[in-house]
Write a protein that binds this ligand. Structure first.
Ligand code: AMP
Length: 445
């Protein structure tokens, strides 16, 4: 089965080819034919399944026919990051079509958005708050709207956007096609779907079991040793891009800072940042200049970085759904990834909940050379004295024996991307990380 089956307009097929999509994913196979027929869709699919292209492609196909120069498709998403990502997919798949799109979200100037709307964008990707502003100010015309997409509806509900969404819906033409995407179906979302969909086709992609391309492991540890263990995991693991989740904004910032001090190219993504700072963090993570992004759940929603090799839950998530969402950031599409979760004794009941939701017992891992009994104070002070790896090699050498004692292993001056020279140095001193990695079995790449 390939994309030719859908008989897309050649200009759209060119976009599919440009993005390198060869085989449609299950959600695309199940949704695209019905959407092309004009049916409403209720799709239970999590991020990472290819759901964005599942609605973008048939929308582009529809817009190839008919008038241009006014808004015909509206996609509503919970976060600015997700809106940007969807827009990138529209841009990528529609690059040859001449169709125009605009993103509408708050935290940035409204005038450029108004201008793009005036110029006749056919597609808008919007967050609820700013969209309502445009509707109230009369700067968006929705009267000729043909297709509405609600993406990640459950997250919109979590973020308190449902009243705004209902207000928006009152302004839209009732004659339209509606495509509804949600990873989970809490009762408020089910009610909303029931109210706005007409005879929908239901598409259900296994939404509770995370992608099989992801391998999971739990790392039991005392609370005060979490940061040290995180560092040790990073030292022993071959990674591309790593997404670390914390429960609070403050901790995201703090961990990113500590990782930075330890020589990693790390940054944080959390709600206290301005839109420009958020975008800079995301762009840096996407283009690889930041190898580690430490984020809270809300901030990380919808992040799509194709090279995320590892998701590390510094703090266990609050729900099994949140676990699924978080690890949906890795192993995307056909790639594989690892999901590590640091767990303390207090997390026991959430671990059980996650395991029962996944239907599997997750592997517990311990690092052979990590000192799990180090006292709190000592570990903290050692972390503060962790040398800046790239710039303080001399300091690193001086502190080597001191750290070795505390971590139970020879100290390393490992920066995130190790050089061949460093690898050789370690081989000759008997601390070759690959040897250690093979002892750790799965979970390293
Ligand atoms: P999504 O679930 O829409 O966030 O998509 C997850 C990732 O899969 C994105 O990086 C897409 O570009 C990619 N993707 C979507 N459809 C396909 C496909 N048919 N083949 C390969 N990659 C895809």
């Amino acid at each position: 089965m390939n994309f030719k089956t859908f008989n897309f307009h050649p200009q759209i097929a060119a976009g599919v080819q440009a993005l390198g999509y060869m085989t449609p994913t299950p959600v695309q196979l199940q949704s695209i034919p019905s959407i092309l027929q004009g049916r409403d869709i209720m799709s239970l699919a999590q991020t990472g399944t290819g759901k964005t292209a599942a609605f973008v492609l048939p929308i582009l196909q529809r817009l190839m026919q008919g008038a241009r120069g006014h808004l015909r498709a509206l996609i509503i998403a919970p976060t600015r990051e997700l809106a940007e990502q969807i827009n990138e997919t529209v841009y990528g798949l529609g690059s040859q079509t001449g169709l125009r799109s605009v993103t509408l979200y708050g935290g940035v100037a409204i005038n450029p958005q108004i201008q793009k709307l005036r110029q006749g964008a056919e597609i808008a990707v919007a967050c609820p708050g700013r969209l309502l502003d445009h509707i109230r100010q009369g700067t968006i015309k929705v009267s000729a709207l043909e297709v509405l997409v609600l993406d990640e509806a459950d997250r919109m509900f979590d973020m308190g956007f449902l009243p705004d969404v209902r207000k928006i819906l009152r302004h839209l033409p009732s004659q339209r096609q509606t495509l509804f995407f949600s990873a989970t179906m809490p009762s408020d979302i089910r009610r909303l779907a029931h109210d706005i969909l007409r005879d929908p086709v239901t598409v259900q992609i296994d939404h509770t079991v995370p992608l099989t391309t992801v391998s999971h492991a739990l790392y039991p540890v005392d609370k005060h040793l979490k940061t040290a263990l995180l560092m040790e995991i990073l030292r022993h693991t071959d990674t591309e891009s790593v997404l670390v989740f914390t429960r609070t904004k403050h901790r995201a910032k703090q961990i990113a800072r500590q990782l930075g001090k330890a020589g990693y190219c790390a940054t944080s993504l959390q709600g206290n940042l301005s839109q420009n700072q958020r975008q800079a963090a995301l762009n840096g993570f996407r283009d690889g200049s930041f190898k580690i992004l430490v984020a809270t759940d809300i901030a990380a929603r919808g992040i799509d970085v194709s090279r995320i090799s590892h998701v590390i839950n510094y703090d266990i998530p609050d729900t099994a759904e949140a676990y699924t969402h978080r690890i949906g950031r890795t192993g995307r599409a056909a790639k594989t990834g690892d999901a590590f979760t640091l767990i303390t004794r207090e997390d026991a009941s959430m671990v059980r909940t996650i395991e029962s939701s996944l239907g599997v017992k997750l592997e517990r891992r311990t690092l052979k050379d990590f000192n799990y009994t180090a006292p709190a104070q000592k570990m903290e002070s050692l972390l503060h004295h962790q040398p800046l790896q790239r710039h303080k090699q001399a300091t690193a050498r001086r502190t080597k024996s001191k750290k070795a004692a505390a971590f139970g292993s020879p100290a390393r001056t490992t920066s995130f991307s190790r050089t061949t020279k460093q690898r050789h140095a370690r081989v000759s001193s008997g601390t070759n990380p690959s040897a250690h990695r093979s002892r750790q079995s799965r979970g390293t790449r």
